[in-house]
Design a protein around this ligand. Sequence first.
Ligand code: SF4
Length: 313
Amino acid sequence: MAATRRSVQEYLDTLDDAAWGAASEVKPKFVSRSDPAAQWTGAMKGHALFAYATNYLIDLDHAVIVDVEASRAIRQAEVGAARTMIDRAQDRFGLYPERLAADSAYGSAEMLGWLVHERGIEPHIPVFDKSERRDGTFERAEFSYDRKRDLYTCPRGKELRQYRRRFASPRDGVDDEGFMRYRASKLDCDACALKPRCCPNGPARKILRSIHEGARDMARDIAATDAYVTSRRERKKVEVLFAHLKRILKLDRLRLRGPNGARDEFHLAAAAQNLRKLAKLIFFFIPVEIVDKVWPLVRTRWPRRHVGAVQDP
Ligand code: SF4
């Protein structure tokens, strides 16, 4: 009963946290009575279960875990956890990463805008894009944006603007969700032969542009570079760590309840993984003469089983 009260209290304490309660307003299908912060999820491709997610911030050069954050097992919470870890790594270690390599779950407009405009970090992240069309009509990518004049040009060469008249007090035209609307002229579209392929169901074509579109464009440009290919390859290092966590350390079930219980277990597991990595890396920094002297002593003193563990963590 005491454990239940603690986990419920922790759940209430984290309701406003970006990696927990504030991550999404969607009501979960089921809520655990003994551990309400755990997320009901079917993402494991088996039976749905209550779960927590662990998030790593790693140094891509050596695959050393720099920070760990527990969160709800939903995408929005994982993005919130990533922001927390980036800020914490800067505050505690003075680490200012030049680039962040991550999968498309981190490619939302808000996250890219935050990385580029607020933290000055290059996003080596696939852009989360829903503008793709499957009905054969023109996609947004076929409309070019002119930054200086703040307008789109359609395949027919016509302009799509936010406003076609001047206002006494200028308007930014941004809606509550952070989008601006660019519209073609109805006169242009009515007379256009491409209308059936452009806006068959509307009077004129309309394009939505996020206020973070500049950051999204930057991520798209980076995705076309060789550096991005390298980042995408290096990103697998974090997947290796997660696979190691589940298969070797067998952390597929938590013993402690509540966000703090999950946090403690994930931190201990990450510390164990870093120690194994350290055992691997340390021989790179010890002069060869010392290794030659110490190694025979280690071999005779420790049973072979332990020596093997040091050699091949
Ligand atoms: S329908 Fe309108 S927006 Fe589409 S190509 Fe023609 S003129 Fe341009």
